[in-house]
Design a protein around this ligand. Structure first.
Ligand code: ADP
Ligand code: ASP
Ligand code: MG
Length: 414
């Protein structure tokens, strides 16, 4: 008998009919001889609705109370799904994160899972019940409700699978697997049958929201067999996340990710001397603002320009902090741009193929797209370009790196 953890995202439980369809799939999985734990998200749009609701009461709600509010979304779906299962004659029991005791740290809104108590869940499974767990939430050591950040139900599912040593964690969503890029942006995107965990980590951290980055980190750390599948179709094996170190015949590029949640800040004319980078980024870090790409130019006239990117939501605050620092450093000026996008090529095949960066830059140049920043890692090349070029740049690179699915006529791909 295998133990399967299935996670269903917001659109997969978006209305009563969808919930009934999920219940049938869960029942079917159990009837095939498996023990099943189901993790669900809130119904689609609900977390956004609750966030907006809180904003209409307080522009910056206390994080503890916001988590109490946001966690209600998932409580609705665990109850509805358990009812739908009961209607099919399938014994099921729902649990919130606090009832399971999904212990997290106390970072409200972006809490990390520390430990999961399995006693009750295992007892239910052994008694033949389906266990339905609310995704995205936990409790800290003082029993405060915490949430795990947007997309956090993926992480609940993988963490449950790791704790229970499940045979597979299946992430059911509204696409039938991981594609070479977001299929909503590029209809010619190709579904991958496999992707290495290393590549999936880079894709997720570079903006592919099909899996929350922390869920992939968990899968990596605990070697959780992870698969992405569609809850809307009954066919196909989805995409398996693999743990091969050096897959044979790795394609040059596995996929292209893009992230619009970035903004760029530059301090121009800072003195070229030791300690300046720390002076600039110290206050940013102290304000809990995450920095992504960093570029410092070569100095001339004893000064240099220092550029970095932050989440778009932190742009205004970071710019204010920077004005202050620039005055202290007698820098020339602070400038910024929050209409940028970061586009990343990801692939373990890069290790064995030279010239990928120049091929990327040539393809963008041919479309007259100006590159503002560049960063590379062993299996990733990222560029920052103006946001208005997002679609053109992603499609151009998708074609340039031979990723287009040309097995189907274009009409059918839409
Ligand atoms: P859920 O609500 O099920 O968690 P999400 O909206 O979080 O679903 O994630 C699924 C979405 O991820 C897809 O609808 C798709 O638009 C987007 N996506 C982004 N990049 C990719 C990719 N490389 N492959 C597949 N889907 C992707
Ligand atoms: N409901 C949460 C969100 O919308 C968690 C999730 O769906 O994974 O982000
Ligand atoms: Mg999601």
């Amino acid at each position: 008998m295998a133990l399967i953890v299935q996670k269903y995202g917001g659109t997969s439980v978006g209305d009563p009919d969808r919930i009934a369809a999920v219940a049938r799939r869960v029942q079917h999985t159990q009837a095939a001889g498996n023990q099943v734990v189901v993790v669900v998200s809130a119904m689609s749009g609900e977390t956004n609705r609750l966030t907006a609701l809180s904003g209409s009461v307080h522009p910056e709600p206390p994080p503890r109370e916001l988590d109490v509010l946001l966690a209600t979304g998932e409580q609705v779906t665990i109850a509805l799904l358990s009812m739908a299962l009961a209607r099919l004659g399938c014994a099921a029991c729902s649990y919130t994160g606090s009832q399971v005791q999904i212990l997290t740290d106390n970072a409200h809104g972006k809490a990390r899972i520390l430990e999961i108590e399995q006693t009750q869940v295992s007892a239910d499974l052994n008694a033949g019940r389906v266990v339905v767990v609310a995704g995205f939430q936990g409790i800290d050591e003082h029993r405060n409700i915490t949430t795990l950040g947007r997309g956090g139900s993926d992480t609940t599912a993988v963490a449950m699978a790791a704790a229970l040593q499940a045979d597979e964690c299946q992430i059911f969503t509204d696409v039938d697997g991981v594609y070479t890029t977001d299929p909503r942006m590029v209809p010619q995107a190709r579904k991958l049958t496999r992707i290495t965990c290393e590549e999936m980590l880079e894709m997720a951290s570079s903006g592919s929201k099909v899996l929350q980055i922390r869920s992939v980190e968990f899968a990596h750390k605990f070697r959780v067999p992870l698969r992405v599948l569609s809850s809307f179709s009954d066919t196909g094996d989805g995409t398996l996340i693999t743990f091969e170190e050096n897959p044979v015949e790795a394609a040059k590029i596995a996929g292209i990710a893009f992230n619009r949640d970035e903004a760029k800040l530059t301090v121009q004319g800072v003195p070229d001397q030791p300690g300046v980078a720390h002076h600039i980024l110290g206050p940013i870090g102290a304000a809990n603002i995450e920095v992504d790409m960093i570029v410092q130019n070569t100095a001339h006239d004893g000064t240099t320009d220092f550029t970095f990117t932050v989440h778009r939501g932190d742009y205004t605050k970071a710019r204010q902090l920077l004005q202050h620092t620039a005055q202290q450093l007698s820098a020339r000026e602070v400038s910024g741009d929050d209409k940028i996008v970061k586009i990343s090529l990801v692939g373990v095949g890069m290790r064995s193929h030279a010239g990928i960066a120049s091929q990327m830059f040539a393809a963008l140049a041919a479309e007259n797209i100006n590159i503002q920043m560049i960063a590379t890692s062993e299996i990733k090349i990222s560029v920052v370009v103006a946001e208005k070029y997002t679609e053109l740049a992603v499609r151009t690179l998708h074609t340039a790196f031979d990723l287009d699915d040309d097995t189907q006529p274009e009409e059918e791909q839409r």
